[in-house]
Design a protein around this ligand. Structure first.
Ligand SMILES: Nc1ncnc2c1ncn2[C@@H]1O[C@H](COP(=O)(O)OP(=O)(O)OP(=O)(O)O)[C@@H](O)[C@H]1O
Ligand SMILES: [Mg+2]
Length: 461
């Protein structure tokens, strides 16, 4: 019979858990605080520990850390009343087998215990992450990621799990779902968080420039290369390289990427020396790579090398219960940035936001809150100040005032701006609608000095 130690200062909870697990046939021992728990751990040698997080005296994370010093393999399940990303990741990193939120779903608890007891290799590499440095922890808190809904919590748990090794991670999700934020989280919660994170937007550059950006070049290797330049792979060192919009990489460059991953080395463009590649590759895409593979636009072998671990970010409309927390988070963030003080949420606002479809996902929500804050004359986020963009009324708005055009360039400028606005400045979608490449679109944006007005700050921060 397996022995389970439960540590919880809440007597009622302790009893419920004990009775439930005893009924299933476990030998249950209980402790009402961390100290007694640790004593019992030493004398009783349980097979599994369940501990509350918040307790007077020694808390759950400390219990976890202490037990880990004594026994590296024993599964520990943490219970908590908070839905806290940092805590979730920390506890998983420090070797918690799982993290369950109160009120405890007893069925889920039983399943988790079974899983934990069955799994042999729960905590092989845990020691490595026990001594994390502080700087990465503060980075973790800076890149705040809101999400308490089940799919988001599952993602955070998985990030905790993969943080112990350097697997390549592919992040998939619609535009504005938070892929870049997740990429940062993957890096800063990982074992190489003290190494650099280097970000490359693969859609912004032509093939030649992208390759020189990635691999570096030697002076004179192509027009404009006036001095030697280190590439991003080199700059990432033993950290992470984040290749955003990986779907936009040309087939030629894909071959080169594949080679780097397979051979773990590369050469600068025009160079001869071999440089070792040690970085972890994180990629993101808002297009379905499997479709692109079928169309012959993306290499299947590269795909499998990149998606050793996949994170699928659900669209906001599938996690509407996060909207409330997101609004609070954005009010906090944007008040600071725009020196406003909108601290209350008006009646019906959340319901109204929950009814919207959010095709631009979290970014669209953030922009909506920003506009409302700017419009607001009091400390309340009012329904009246919130403008929800659905495509039809945006088109209507656009049709209302047609400016006087003189030149072809005027027409082009207006048309591009209009399409960009229509799709919330999603350049990928715009370039598809306009039937031009991303680099061409970028060049035109620059040429005409186009900006997203109120909402373009999110791209540049
Ligand atoms: N869960 C979240 N909590 C807090 N802020 C978020 C969250 N998800 C996204 N954001 C914010 O929304 C904006 C868009 O996020 P991000 O740039 O990561 O999206 P993306 O998926 O990379 O979009 P795209 O596909 O258009 O590049 C950012 O300002 C980001 O800070
Ligand atoms: Mg992005």
């Amino acid at each position: 019979m397996e022995k389970i130690l439960i540590i919880d200062d809440d007597k009622l909870n302790l009893k419920v858990l004990k009775d439930t697990l005893a009924r299933v046939g476990y030998n249950v021992i209980e402790a009402q605080n961390g100290e007694i728990g640790l004593q019992l751990f030493r004398s009783e040698h349980p097979d599994l520990v369940i501990t509350d997080f918040q307790m007077p005296g020694i808390d759950g994370l400390e219990v976890l850390a202490e037990i880990r010093k004594l026994n590296i393999g024993i599964p520990i399940i943490l219970l908590t009343g908070f839905g806290d990303v940092v805590l979730t990741i920390k506890s998983i990193q420090q070797g918690a087998f799982d993290f369950l939120e109160k009120p405890i779903d007893l069925q889920q608890l039983k399943t988790t215990i079974q899983l934990a007891l069955n799994s042999v290799k729960v905590s092989n590499s845990l020691n490595e992450v026990l001594n994390k440095d502080m700087s990465s922890e503060s980075m973790l808190e800076e890149n705040i990621l809101v999400g308490k809904t089940p799919p988001m919590k599952e993602i955070f748990k998985n990030i905790g799990r993969i943080s112990m090794n350097k697997v390549n991670v592919l992040i998939q999700g619609e535009t504005g779902t938070g892929k870049e934020l997740i990429a940062r989280l993957v890096h800063y919660s990982g074992i190489t968080s003290h190494q650099p994170l280097v970000i490359v937007n693969c859609s912004a550059l032509t093939e030649t420039l992208l390759e020189s950006e990635l691999f570096g070049h030697v002076k004179g290797s192509f027009t404009g290369s006036i001095r030697d330049k280190k590439g991003k792979f080199e700059l990432a060192g033993e950290g992470s390289i984040f290749l955003d919009e990986i779907s936009e990489v040309s087939l030629n460059t894909q071959v080169k990427l594949l080679r780097v991953i397979q051979e773990l080395e590369f050469e600068r463009v025009g160079g001869e020396g071999i440089i070792p590649m040690k970085a972890r590759i994180i990629t993101a895409t808002n297009r379905n790579l499997e479709d692109l593979i079928k169309e012959g636009k993306f290499r299947e072998d590269l795909y499998y090398r990149l998606k050793v671990f996949t994170i699928d970010l659900p669209p906001l409309r599938e996690r509407k219960d996060d909207i409330n927390d997101l609004v609070i988070h954005f009010l906090h963030k944007l008040n600071k940035r725009f020196q406003k003080n909108v601290v209350k949420i008006g009646d019906g606002v959340i319901d109204m936001l929950k009814a919207h479809e959010w095709h631009g996902n979290v970014r669209e929500l953030e922009n909506t809150i920003l506009q409302a804050i700017v419009m607001s004359k009091s400390d309340v986020l009012e329904r009246d100040n919130i403008t929800l963009n659905n495509r039809s009324n945006r088109n209507l708005q656009l049709r209302q005032e047609l400016p006087m055009f003189r030149t072809l360039a005027d027409v082009e400028k207006y048309h591009i701006k209009r399409i960009l606005d229509e799709v919330n400045w999603n350049k990928m979608e715009s370039s598809k609608i306009l039937d031009i490449t991303r680099p061409t679109l970028n060049a035109k944006i620059e040429k005409y000095n186009l900006t997203q007005e109120l909402s373009d700050y999110s791209e540049t921060d």
